[in-house]
Structures are given as structure tokens and as C-alpha cells.
Design a protein around this ligand. Structure first.
Ligand code: BGC
Length: 463
């Protein structure tokens, strides 16, 4: 066994992650209804090069091959998401063909020895629900619970691990507070109800899944260290507020039963008695807690007269009491994101300290976009920078484990190159390369590296 391979404890689970809208395509096939992302991508100026995901990487038709790429690598788990508009196109009527697709996918995974770990919701809200208010409406939370019921009744006999929601923070921030993602509302702090209703949906879904005897239920939240730009008190306070809004707003209600900041409670605008009842639902205990990590964020208190437009790829509206600024002196991925593996150790330790007795953690997403060229004449894709990135982050997980954090798994984002939301197809996060014209799949060197890392791990329970 090579000393250069990162080693994790026995029984540690390796996985790969994807999401429905980013890979499936077939958006108007077999009765699927429109989602907010179909509507958003059809609008001019929303996605780089005007790209959309009507074909994406055609996973809907190529899922059998894709399962082979997942299984051959030796990963234990495959995290994917159900497309709500495929299962319930009008949000109320079940589409049998949509359910059949997930039935086939799950059976394929199980036959290949891979545990399916589905996410109920990864941002592709049925358009019909957005038209009725989207996540600003409380009813959407109850609609998600009904959708969860449909899925667990059909697939609960074969799926043991469920994830409710993906990155509620990013969805509320980019889709409702800003305009970068669907539905592109741009409401600023008035988007806070969209955070709360997603959290309520999460809590209701946990209860539905439990009632149907799901073995393990978790959530996938994005977390990252928020670094004040200086020791200055104003910067420290700005960073703390930003951390409340992006990190703790989503983990405190789930793991502590409360919001971190009275400003958030006020912004949600729900009467106290209702909010407290909701928080009891949101705090329903979990079996595991999913952490998606990409990079830290640096925050400063806005300097008078300084123009922040264009400083980062996302423009933050004027008038907010914090401004994200680039983290200095770091290497970056081709997407421009800071490469900071130590940030993963830090955030895992911070969560562990903030929530004594929290459930075991699974890193449900981590990865990097590098603009890998297609295969060379020998058919090889040498993505050394992705290997270095993943290697460093796996070691960072090992450091967190050594510090006492109970981390049980690590999933790479992503199994294959896919539709990277507003950035379209330029950004490639995959372990498997997908040719944009032929859609042909080619395993990158990082795929082979991961296979070897998994094979070198100490033996352990792999049920
Ligand atoms: C999301 C994925 C996304 C990835 C890279 C996460 O925010 O869950 O859907 O593709 O990060 O941006």
C-alpha cells in the first residue's frame, strides 16, 4: 500500500454525487413537467453562452452506462436527486413513467453493488409551484412532504439512506435574494421566508420518511469558513452576520432548534407561535448530517466609496452590511474558486464544536472544476490538478477525524461533467469526462486515482 494514498477509518464510505437537472436532460420526455430551471434557462442572459439543460448529459437515456462508471470505481454510495417535475409534473398528479425511471436507476445501482443515496430536492421546483409563490409560500413545504410520500412509498423498500434538501442556503441566496439562479427573484433580505419554508419542508420530509421506516435520513447543507478581511471589529461583525445568514441559518434550526440571529427571525415574518412550532418540526433528529464544501469566503465591512461591482463573479446588491472579497494568496480552480483544503477541516471542527452530540457527518459534496481537454490520442485525460485537489481534501477530512469529528463518508462532486447552473458546460467537475458533441464518456485520471484510493483503504463494513 502506498504511503501517498490518503487513508480513512475502516467502514468509511466513498461516493459520487450528481443532481437530476444537471445530468438528466429529457426535459420534455415521458410526461416530465417544466421546472423553474427550464423557465430560467430559457430567458436570455441567464446562463453563459445561452446554454440550457434540455439534453444536459442525457443521463435519462444513458443511466445504465453511467451506473457502470460509478460502480467500476468501487464507490459505496451514489448520491443523485429525484426531479420533482418528473415525478409530479403538476405537483399533484403522479407521473408513472417518471417514477419508473427512478425505479430502474435504483435497481441498477443495487444490482451493481452501489447504495443509492437520493436527495429529494436539488433546486428544480415544478414551475407550477413557483407560479403559486414558490418557496416564499408555506404551501410549498407541505407539497414537498406529499412528494416525499410518493417517493418513499414506491422506493422505500430498496432505499435505506435519504437526503431531504440540497443546499437550501444557495437556493435561497442565489435564487431568491439574488438573481443568479432560478427563479431569479432578487429580493435581498426579503428572501428569508424562502429559507424558512425550505427548512420546514426538510423537517416535514424527515417525519414522512421516518413514518415509512427509512433507515437513515439526512440533509446536505453547504458550509464554509467565513473569514473576516481583517482584525477590525467592523469586519469581524460583518463576517459574523454573513456566517449567520449563510451557514448557521440552516444548521442551527436543524441541530439546535433555533435561528442564530433575531434579525433572521424578524425577516421571516412568521408569528412567534407558528415559528416555534415550525422549529420543533425542523429540529426532528437526523441520522447523518451532510456537508457540502467548496471554498471559504472572506467578508469585509463595506468601505465607504469602494465599488464592489465585478469584485466577485456574483454582484452583491449595494446597501448590505457585508461585502464578500477574494481570499488573497491562494491557488484557484479554473472556476476561480479558492483552493483551501484546510477550510474543510476547519468547518468540520467548527460544526463539531458548535453542536455537541450532532449526528455523524458525511461530506456529501466536494470537488473542483478544471477545464479538462478531451481525451489525448491514447484516450487518456490527465487531470492532475483535480487529483491534487481531491487528495488534499481527503487528507483534510482525515485531519478532522483525527481531531475527533465523526466523519463517515466523502462524496466527490461530481460523477461526471454536467450542467453547472448559470455557468453552463464550461465548468467541468466530473471524474468522468463528457464530450459536448457526442456525449461520449471517458474516465479521467482522477477516476482511476479514486478507484485506487478506495481499493487501498482498510477493510471494513460495507453493508
Ligand atoms: C451544488 C451543485 C453544484 C456544485 C458546484 C453545489 O453548490 O449542490 O449542484 O454543481 O456545488 O457548483
Amino acid at each position: 500500500m502506498s504511503a501517498t494514498v490518503p487513508l480513512l477509518p475502516a467502514g468509511f464510505r466513498f461516493g459520487m454525487s450528481t443532481s437530476a437537472f444537471q445530468i438528466e436532460g429529457a426535459t420534455d420526455v415521458d410526461g416530465r413537467g417544466p421546472s423553474i430551471w427550464d423557465t430560467f434557462t430559457a430567458r436570455a442572459g441567464t446562463v453563459r453562452h445561452g446554454e440550457n439543460a434540455t439534453v444536459a448529459v442525457d443521463h435519462y437515456h444513458r443511466y445504465a452506462e453511467d451506473v457502470t462508471h460509478v460502480a467500476d470505481c468501487g464507490v459505496h454510495d451514489y448520491r443523485f436527486s429525484f426531479a420533482w417535475p418528473r415525478v409530479l409534473p403538476d405537483a399533484t398528479t403522479v407521473n408513472p413513467a417518471g417514477l419508473d425511471f427512478y425505479d430502474r436507476l435504483v435497481d441498477r445501482l443495487l444490482a451493481a453493488g452501489v447504495r443509492p443515496v437520493p436527495t429529494l430536492y436539488h433546486w428544480d421546483l415544478p414551475q407550477v409551484l413557483e407560479d403559486a409563490g414558490g418557496w416564499l409560500s408555506r404551501d410549498t413545504a407541505y407539497a414537498l412532504a406529499d412528494y416525499a410520500t410518493v417517493l418513499v412509498e414506491r422506493l422505500g423498500d430498496r432505499i435505506r439512506d435519504w437526503i431531504t434538501m440540497n443546499e437550501m442556503s444557495v437556493h435561497a441566496l442565489y435564487g431568491y435574494a439574488l438573481t443568479e439562479h432560478a427563479p431569479g427573484r432578487g429580493l435581498g433580505l426579503a428572501a428569508l421566508p424562502a429559507a424558512h419554508h425550505q427548512l420546514l419542508a426538510h423537517g416535514l420530509a424527515v417525519q414522512v420518511l421516518r413514518e415509512h421506516s427509512a433507515a437513515a435520513v439526512g440533509v446536505a447543507n453547504q458550509h464554509f469558513p467565513v473569514l473576516p478581511a481583517s482584525d477590525d471589529v467592523a469586519d469581524q461583525m460583518a463576517a459574523a452576520l454573513f456566517a449567520d445568514l449563510t451557514n448557521w441559518c440552516y444548521s442551527d434550526p436543524i441541530l439546535r432548534g433555533e435561528y442564530p440571529n433575531p434579525l433572521i427571525r424578524d425577516g421571516i415574518g412568521t408569528p412567534d407561535a407558528v415559528l416555534d412550532r415550525d422549529l420543533a418540526v425542523i429540529g426532528t433528529p437526523l441520522d447523518f448530517y451532510g456537508v457540502n464544501y467548496y471554498e471559504p469566503t472572506m467578508i469585509e465591512s463595506p468601505r465607504a466609496g469602494k465599488d464592489y461591482r465585478g469584485v466577485l463573479e456574483v454582484d452583491i446588491p449595494d446597501g448590505l452590511p457585508f461585502s464578500p472579497v477574494p481570499v488573497p494568496d491562494v491557488a484557484r480552480t479554473d472556476f476561480g474558486w479558492a483552493i483551501a483544503p484546510g477550510g474543510l477541516t476547519d468547518i468540520l471542527r467548527t460544526l463539531h464544536e458548535r453542536y455537541p452530540g450532532m449526528p455523524p457527518v458525511v461530506v456529501t459534496e466536494n470537488g473542483a472544476s478544471f477545464h479538462d481537454p478531451g481525451p489525448d490520442p491514447t484516450g487518456r485525460i490527465a487531470d492532475d490538478r483535480r487529483i491534487a485537489f481531491l487528495d488534499a481534501h481527503l487528507r483534510a477530512v482525515g485531519d478532522a477525524v483525527a481531531a475527533g469529528v465523526d466523519v463517515r463518508g466523502y462524496y466527490v462532486w461530481s460523477a461526471m461533467d454536467n450542467f453547472e447552473w448559470a455557468a453552463g458546460y464550461d465548468e467541468r467537475f466530473g471524474l468522468v469526462h463528457v464530450d459536448r458533441t457526442t456525449l461520449e464518456r471517458t474516465r479521467k485520471d482522477s477516476w482511476y486515482w479514486l478507484r485506487d484510493v478506495i481499493a487501498a483503504q482498510p477493510a471494513g463494513a460495507r453493508s
